[in-house]
Design a protein around this ligand. Structure first.
Ligand code: AMP
Ligand code: ZN
Length: 489
């Protein structure tokens, strides 16, 4: 089956066709590292991890860039207010550099816990200052920038299709523009490419503005400045991946401003389409409310762990929704994801309890046993994801395939099919079923055999004693009409 994805640019689900038939270039807007990420942020990165896994399963090689915004993201989208990094530095009595390093490391640690595949290029905005200045230079040479007292701006009037991507109603925006906004902007939605450090402000992160970028001669004094947030993404994407990338991802909050501006400055500079496909994840709410620091309802990965939940529980919770639908985080919802994952692990350990005989396996007729074919289920899983990353459907396929094992004798389960299926789940959904369900040791195996003998001899006392011994090893025994099975407690 071909891969189909919903493209925000065309507002349609389309068959995916990369520019280069083997390699897909992908850009993911990364986090601003001024604080811990919350479950909403992680939701975005979990979905883009599924995208990468689905591309790989569709036989593409993926080259992905993810930025780490460690400078220039202001608290207001209108190029006003403080830089989030500098604000974080004051909050914690550290430098912006220290804040960036600490939270970037925490982000990488969180990615590992969540089993997110590392991007080929995880790059910091502060390491791409020259590339960003080069981009400003190109735009200045093309005559689409202007200078104000506080920075160098992109003149959106020079990019006629500015409103197209997000279907913006600029007339309404103009009418609604607040009077106190930057009056030197030619249009209220023009945006800063490079901001000058305000007089009297002491910034940790700033760089000299090259003279040739300035319209007004400044005399001898150096004008210090820093990049605008939108510029970072365009400069990093184009300098690493080239002028046109196959897929660009981000949250729906990025459509009207951040991505609209990325498109304007990138396409004005290169004269080519910036990204072929744009994917946007919808937002996660918490208890039905917008996630917001001021409401105090943000949960970090650490806080979930303190409440007894793992990163994998969160991963499965997120996958229960499709990326374009709004999600709702509650601890009840997280608990049901945790239960579902535990149940799946109890099926995954059946691979240690079935026989490893290929000839035998091939004689097992799935249809006759009434169970669905595990090999077919692996294919169905991939097809669900290729259908616009339909993760809820993928999860349904897994539930159905696993529950069909309930009515099988262990001897009837297709051992290799089960192993393949678990690998497919891990490769496509990253749930780490294999590594979280090791085999039991020989001593425990012996206890299980003894217990079975005791049961056969109707020695219930001995059987209960052995069950307790196994429970101490965190091994639970389930006696089913089709025989006894063990699972990890
Ligand atoms: P930021 O660090 O603010 O740039 O956000 C990092 C990523 O998280 C961006 O791609 C946002 O679109 C995304 N994001 C922020 N809040 C949420 C949310 N509540 N649900 C899903 N994604 C979110
Ligand atoms: Zn971005």
């Amino acid at each position: 089956m071909t891969l189909r994805l919903h493209n925000t640019r065309t507002q349609q689900v389309e068959v995916f066709e990369p520019l280069n038939s083997e390699k897909v270039t992908l850009y993911t807007c990364g986090p601003t590292v001024y604080d811990y990420l919350h479950v909403g942020n992680w939701t975005a990165y979990i979905y883009w991890d599924i995208l990468v896994r689905t591309l790989i399963a569709s036989s593409y090689r993926v080259e992905r860039v993810m930025n780490i915004t460690d400078v220039g993201h202001l608290v207001s989208d209108a190029d006003e207010g403080e830089d989030k990094l500098e604000k974080g530095a004051r909050r914690e009595g550290k430098t912006a550099w220290e804040i960036a390093e600490f939270y970037a490391e925490d982000f990488v640690a969180g990615m590992e816990k969540l089993g997110l595949l590392p991007p080929e290029h995880l790059v910091k905005a502060t390491d791409f200052i020259d590339q960003q200045l080069d981009l400003v230079r190109i735009l200045k040479d093309k005559g689409v920038t202007y200078q104000t007292t506080d920075g160098i701006y992109f003149d959106t009037a020079k990019f006629p299709s500015y409103a197209e991507f997000a279907h913006l109603d600029l007339a309404a925006q103009k009418a609604g523009a607040r009077v106190e906004q930057n009056t030197q902007k030619r249009q209220p939605w023009d945006f800063a490419l490079w901001k000058f450090t305000p007089a009297g402000e002491n910034r940790d992160m700033q760089w000299p503005t090259p003279d040739d970028l300035l319209e007004l001669p400044t005399g001898s004094a150096e004008i210090m400045g820093f990049p605008g947030w939108h510029l970072e993404c365009s400069a990093m994407a184009m300098s690493i991946l080239g002028p046109t990338i196959d897929i660009h991802t981000g949250g729906i909050d990025h459509i009207p401003v951040h991505h609209t501006n990325e498109i304007a400055q990138s396409e004005a500079a290169s004269g080519q389409r910036f990204a072929t496909v744009w994917l946007h994840n919808n937002h996660l709410k918490i208890d039905g409310t917008k996630v917001s620091k001021s409401l105090g309802n943000t949960y970090t990965l650490q806080q979930l762990e303190e409440n007894g939940y793992s990163a994998m529980d969160l991963r499965l919770f997120v996958l229960q929704g499709q990326f374009q639908n709004e999600g709702n985080f509650t601890f009840d919802n997280l608990a049901s994801a945790k239960n579902r994952l535990e149940k799946w692990r109890s099926y995954a350990v059946l691979r240690h309890q079935t026989h490893d005989r290929l000839d035998d396996d091939n004689q097992k007729n799935d249809a006759e046993r009434g169970s669905i074919s595990l090999l077919a289920a692996s294919g169905a899983l991939r097809e669900a994801l290729q259908d616009n990353l339909n993760t809820p459907e993928a999860l349904r396929v897994i539930d159905q395939a696993f529950s069909s094992l309930d009515s099988c004798r262990l001897d009837d389960i297709h051992h290799h099919g089960l192993i393949e299926f678990i690998r497919a789940i891990d490769e496509l959904l990253g749930l780490q079923l294999e590594q979280s369900t090791p085999d039991i040791d020989d001593d425990a195996k012996r206890l299980i055999i003894e217990r079975q003998r005791a049961r056969d001899a109707k020695d219930w006392q001995a059987s209960d004693r052995l069950r307790d011994q196994l429970a101490k090893k965190k091994i639970l025994i389930n006696d089913t009409p089709h025989g006894s099975r063990w699972q990890w407690a």
